[in-house]
Design a protein around this ligand. Sequence first.
Ligand SMILES: [Zn+2]
Length: 81
Amino acid sequence: MCRWGDLVMVTVPRVWRGKGLPKHKTTGIDRCIAPTMAYLVAQGFDTVASCCTHGQTPWARISLRDGTEIRWPSPSWGQAA
Ligand SMILES: [Zn+2]
């Protein structure tokens, strides 16, 4: 079960980009979808948000900068606390 705050540090694209700022940052990603997030970033996807929904919905979600929403069966669906 992946609870709120159970995070794994993953290097992802920065959502807010300013001159001179690095293009990536390291941030906490929900543990159960961190490998998926890391894979997408490694493949060059410009991610802006992610959530496994912690068992609240049947799907997990990763949002891309262009508005694309990637959803797939949540690893924590049915395990809500
Ligand atoms: Zn999770």
